[in-house]
Design a protein. Sequence first.
Length: 148
Amino acid sequence: MSHHKNKINTILTLLDHNPTLTTGRLGDIVEELKEASRVSDLQPTKRRNILKVLHTMRALDSVLRAFLDHHGLRGDRHSLGDYIKKLHSHGALHLQKLTGAEKDMYIRNIANSRNKYMHSANRYPSGEAEVNNLVAEAHTLIARVANF
């Protein structure tokens, strides 16, 4: 099994065991992650890679939104970067927070990378390694939030 599929399966396990990460959206999030795995044989490679990023990031966005909504923390901001910032700055005493270093790392490695591909024409991940790193970062962030 590929590195990408292993990470996706690990994310699915985390989600299945922590309903605060999905808040009624588990089916939709699972479908996004499965779609990220289903594109493994698509050609050309750049199409496969951008679709893996797209589906993984849509799932991550939904997970973070569901978690923040569950705890009444989201507010009126609706972007991946804003969700990461909120995980650092929220005032809920019963929840952990991302450290400043974690927030900066996730903004740089996830939100900025995602935005580079989603908001610029003809921009694609440079290869499988870059896609795998982005999926690994998403996995790490979900695992971190699951332990809040």
